[in-house]
Design a protein around this ligand. Structure first.
Ligand code: CS2
Length: 492
């Protein structure tokens, strides 16, 4: 049990002098942003940008953090007055910085009144979101708000205090309209294509069912820009917290580790005053889609490939997977297939982007686990691999490397590694994939057929594409018979 005091406003002065900390008067700042989903990614990314903004002399960009489900984030951050340490790691350096932009964390449901009041406040001009795909409560088939979703149905009952993202935002916008009618910008920072459209569908969809006037006002006055966010953030471990305590002499339960690289490209479409985030390194653009696609189809697709093939081949970490030459060669070949589906984007040089990605993946200090990325594959595969695969097939192109990754995901659903050890398939569709695989008895053709039937992942046309079915069956057969290392070594 640790005896070091917790990091907090009161203990900040005890930090070793070389550690960077807020250079602004935290108590004098107003809350300018309400953020939904205060996970590690938010802390290493958007919260760090707001901190940089206030360090650069721009005031009133403190963040009220909303934890959507778990009180754990509040228990980590509130006793620390919202302070936490970002540990920037790469091979050569290790830079620690205490970030002060989070004022407090409140809990959806329990603290909904406070959240609604904050959304109505004239000081707040921005709501940002990282709640992952599930948090938008959209139906995968239509992209519209899923009225059958239990949280949505509950929030729509009259007199209920909302706790879902769409319910909370609509209640906040209704209060805002009644109080001052100033519009709000709602900025999704989730790793989805067209994330601004997803946020809009969720919020306007909810309002349309409950208050048509409000829906019209939101459509007319509020803005839902899309954005591309990028920073690799491995899950914090107990060992990270203990090691930090030895270094700084304070206990920080909310610390996050990350890489030096960070990028945030935001569609330049704001409802009212635009936060001067460009002073903190944000790129404003009229074309986010090109950046989003490049990031999802190059960085994230390669991550998924290294997650499944790498973990099956026995690599625990991304830097180990990318150091295995056949896997690196496969990633390059996968990128060739993916890149053919990307259109030129001003300011984005694909060759340099790929070189940079290889450097980032090779960072030995980051300890980014292949299993962390393997989580939620059913949600991640469609924008990363299935959409570009369909585009290639429409142009009559073959897709051997895209199919190899999808086959590795299929192999992963068995929940047993190549040495026979069992693991948990951490995925909202894990029960469905297990049920579908039950009577396939390790026959690759039957497995491919069974899993291509998961309609929220694969559009039905793929099951009747002989080329794709053939590639998937060959790759899965090879992974089952030879294993991932040998499959890769024979091909590359
Ligand atoms: C990763 C991403 O876990 C995953 O699926 O691919 O979290 C990735 O690290 C980030 O998108 C990088 O910006």
């Amino acid at each position: 049990m640790s005896r070091a005091p917790r990091l907090s406003s009161a203990t900040l002065t005890q930090l070793p002098p070389q550690i960077m900390r807020p250079g602004y008067d935290r108590a004098a700042q107003k809350t300018g942003c309400v953020h939904f989903g205060v996970g590690a990614f938010h802390r290493a990314h958007q919260a760090s940008y707001f901190d940089a903004l206030m360090n650069a002399g721009k005031s009133d960009w403190q963040v009220l953090g909303v934890s959507m489900r778990s009180p754990a984030v509040g228990d980590q951050l509130n006793p620390q007055d919202g302070l936490f340490t970002v540990n920037v790691r790469d091979g050569a350096q290790n830079r620690l910085q205490v970030v002060g932009s989070i004022r407090e964390v409140v809990l959806a449901g329990k603290d909904s009144r406070r959240i609604i009041d904050a959304l109505a406040s004239p000081d707040v001009s921005l709501a940002t979101i990282t709640v992952t795909e599930k948090g938008y409560c959209l139906a995968p088939a239509t992209g519209a708000l899923d009225l059958a979703n239990a949280a949505i149905a509950r929030d729509m009952e009259s007199g209920m205090t909302p706790s879902s993202l769409p319910g909370l935002l609509c209640a906040g916008l209704a209060a805002r309209r009644a109080a001052n009618a100033r519009p709000l910008t709602i900025l999704s920072c989730d790793n989805l294509s067209n994330n601004g459209v997803a946020a809009r569908q969720a919020v306007v969809g909810f309002a349309a069912e409950t208050n048509e006037d409000l829906a019209r006002w939101i459509e007319r006055e509020c803005a839902f820009p899309s954005s591309m966010v990028d920073r690799i953030v491995p899950a914090t471990t107990q060992a990270d917290i203990d090691a930090l305590e030895r270094k700084i002499g304070l206990r920080d339960e909310a610390t996050v580790s990350t890489e030096p690289f960070s990028q945030w490209v935001v569609e330049d479409r704001f409802a009212a005053r635009r936060p001067p985030l460009d002073m903190a390194g944000v790129q404003f653009t009229s074309d986010v889609a090109g950046w989003e696609h490049a990031k999802l189809r190059l960085l994230n697709a390669a991550h998924s490939s290294m997650a499944y093939l790498g973990a099956l081949a026995g690599f625990d970490f991304i830097h180990e997977a990318i150091a295995f030459p056949p896997l690196k060669a496969h990633v390059e070949a996968l990128w060739d297939e993916q890149e053919a589906t990307l259109r030129p984007t001003p300011g984005l040089n694909m060759r340099e982007y790929r070189v940079r990605l290889l450097e980032r993946f090779s960072n030995p200090a980051l300890h980014h686990r292949t299993r962390q990325i393997a989580m939620d594959g059913s949600q991640k595969l469609p924008p990363r691999l299935v959409a570009p695969l369909r585009e290639r097939r429409r142009s009559g192109l073959t897709c051997p490397n895209q199919c190899l990754v999808i086959a590795a995901w299929m192999r992963w659903q068995l929940g047993q590694d190549e040495t026979g050890r069992a693991y948990t398939v951490d995925d909202p569709l894990a029960n469905e994939t297990r049920r579908r695989l039950r009577d396939t008895h390790g026959d690759p053709q039957a497995m491919v057929h069974a899993l291509l039937g998961v309609e929220s992942v694969f559009p039905p046309v793929l099951a009747s594409d002989d080329n794709v079915v053939g590639e998937l069956t060959r790759s899965l057969g090879s992974l089952l018979n030879l294993g991932a290392r040998e499959t890769l070594s024979r091909r590359f």
